[in-house]
Design a protein around this ligand. Sequence first.
Ligand code: PLP
Length: 454
Amino acid sequence: MNATGDYRKLDQAHVWHPFTPMSVWLNDDPLVIERGEGCELIDTDGNRYLDGVSSLWVNIHGHGHPAIDAAIREQLDAVAHSTFLGLTHPPAIELAARLVAIAPGDLTRVFFSENGAAAVEVALKMAYSYWRNQGQERDRFVRLQHAYHGDTIGAVSIGGIERFHDSYRPLLFATAELPAPYCYRCPLGKEYPSCDIACADELEPLLAREGDRVAAVVVEPLVQGAAGMITAPDGHLARVAEIVRRHGVLLVVDEVATGFGRTGRMFASEIDGVEPDIMCLAKGITGGYLPLSATLATEAVFDAFLGAPEEHKTLYHGHSYSANPLCCAAALANLAVFEEERTLEGLEPKIELLRELLEPLRRHPNVGDIRQRGFMVGIELVADKQTKAEFDEALQTGAEVARRARPKGVIVRPLGDVVVLMPPLAMSEQQLNTLVRAVAEAIDEACAAVGSSP
Ligand SMILES: Cc1ncc(COP(=O)(O)O)c(C=O)c1O
């Protein structure tokens, strides 16, 4: 057996993979990725694949970027880790200042953790304690329908994806739900664009009714990624923010997926001119290199935590590896590359090219909807275009597309029957062409294979 076979055997003997039906995995031939170069991943047999989903939405400037590699090595020569409880260090201090400088609105305080779910847990505790520390008991959170904020219990509580969350329902705290801006399958039965963002307006009666019990409204700004790249219409986020403000409730924006250029701007909140009270960042924060996240808050939120130790207004949260220096050094280098390579300036033509490349796919009989915001794309496959009827889940059509894209040299990972494209911002025009062509062919093949031939 070659090295790949050995690795597969060992993996299937001992490893339990995240969000993976292991019965399927154990009968599969998993790819074993050994190296990354630019926007390509290379397996143990030397085959190259375009990283079509940025290694789960994290990679920004490509794999093995010399500046980020060098920054991590340099930090390694200084110290790999030192606790952030009771001590501090230069990379975290500098990173906090940089994040505050680029963040939307008046976010002035940065709390570090290690992943998106943790950043959201911190945000929930911050929002709840903000009110409690001022003598108000507010234990209610408002979330979007189909929301995804991570896999820990607090984040799952404010989540709304049946497939991921329903199994844990008895463990969760109750929340109030705002209809999702899912124009293709509008929860209010409206037609876009004449809907006038009625789904956002639903927040008004909700907060009028129970606003004085609500700690915060939590939203994924502009794109609900894990829900299947649901892209909110223009003005939706601004309307939500305006209603939140009027009712004096906190606004938490979860930019874990949308942050660091994915939507074409550094943060999605900027597009609608929204100024959050709390903002969650992760994924692209280190350019996709190392696990780090941050929860940013305004001075007003921070002030509510000031008091004598015995008043217990402290934010009781923190981990062994909070603000790990290697991660912070990678994040600083990531931000420096954004500036040096003028990443966002170069992105607009590529976003437009991606739109043009995807356009012909709209005519495919099994493509119900294509949603795009910047470099975030969801291609929703349907069994019947007229009725929008979904494929039988057992057919695993989305997974079949991903499987068939691999021999064409492309890695994508679907969300149910929504094929997701989220290339690194560094992906070249030629690579974008290859990516879309391979995915279009894979959609053709997969739909034919599951019995709905174009
Ligand atoms: C909006 C949003 N929040 C939070 C998370 C959780 O991030 P992580 O997987 O780093 O915990 C995700 C992951 O996809 C996400 O899309």
